[in-house]
Design a protein around this ligand. Structure first.
Ligand SMILES: Nc1ncnc2c1ncn2[C@@H]1O[C@H](COP(=O)(O)OP(=O)(O)OP(=O)(O)O)[C@@H](O)[C@H]1O
Length: 254
């Protein structure tokens, strides 16, 4: 299970809604096995870009490839089975137990559960007896953990995460972020994470893409971003966590 996840390639990917260019011609290569964070202001096109990969959105023009295969040539449901997808307020089915929610993809595939739910609960650091709980008896953080377990159930090698930690308190957010990064490494995934939190992006990802008006405005390693080497749009976002870190260090010295 240590092989790297797939490569993802965008070629001239454009998405128009009327006069709005949600994506204004994206050319981008994501390396196999990398963990890439997408940041940028609200409406810059992050979610739209993610959804062109699992075909929740069809580009107006351009193509998306996974390991060289054009996603447009794949049957959407089959495609989505090999791609994990986690989003904010994960939409667990309220009348099903945690176990049933996690196993839903396996059931659709006609695959036996075979202890997989217990294994997945352990992966996301939830106690085994949570399997019998109903979603409304979980905290927000626990629900997101179940969402991650559900996304991993069918053993995808590509994970798309759209603000998965958005509604969580900072401590839970940090713990879950670390867990997701550890699972990425352990399972050999390729992961794309949309986040509004630049500090999270810097700490969790191998590479950070800054989106602005449907374009990639910066594409940099976290160390280069924090060193101010990634241009103006990136600098505006990275200035906040940098200043906070400096103020915290100053407090420590007081
Ligand atoms: N179904 C739609 N119909 C019309 N416009 C849309 C639709 N979906 C997205 N847009 C527009 O496309 C642009 C990009 O939206 P997108 O959701 O990708 O941004 P985002 O960067 O993910 O934003 P946020 O951080 O707020 O989630 C925005 O201007 C948005 O209003």
């Amino acid at each position: 299970m240590t092989t790297a996840g797939p490569a993802v390639r965008f070629e001239g990917v454009t998405k128009h809604y009327g006069d709005t260019a949600a994506l204004a011609g994206i050319d981008l290569d994501i390396a196999p096995g990398s963990f890439v964070a997408l940041v940028g202001s609200s409406g810059s096109g992050k979610s739209t870009l993610l959804k062109t990969i699992n075909r929740l959105i069809a580009p107006t023009a351009g193509r998306v490839f996974i390991d060289g295969g054009d996603v447009a040539g794949e049957e959407p449901h089959r495609l989505r089975r090999r791609i994990g997808y986690v989003f904010q307020n994960i939409g667990l089915l309220p009348h099903m137990t945690v176990a049933e929610n996690i196993a839903i993809g396996l059931r659709i595939d006609g695959r036996a559960e075979n202890g997989r739910v217990a294994e997945l609960l352990e992966m996301v650091d939830l106690p085994a007896d949570f399997a019998r709980r109903m979603p409304d008896a979980l905290s927000g953080g626990q629900r997101q953990r179940v969402g991650v377990a559900r996304a991993l159930a069918t053993e995808p090698d590509l994970m798309l995460m759209d603000e998965p930690f958005g509604a969580l308190d900072p401590v839970t957010r940090d713990q879950l972020g670390e867990r997701v990064r550890a699972l990425h490494d352990q399972l050999g995934l390729t992961t794309l994470l949309v986040t509004h939190d630049m500090a999270e992006a810097l700490l969790i990802a191998d590479r950070v893409l800054v989106m602005d008006h449907g374009r990639i405005a910066a594409d940099a390693l976290p160390a280069d971003l924090i060193a101010g080497k990634a241009g103006e749009e990136a600098e505006a976002l990275v200035a906040v966590p940098r200043r906070q870190a400096e103020r915290l260090r100053a407090l420590e010295r007081e």
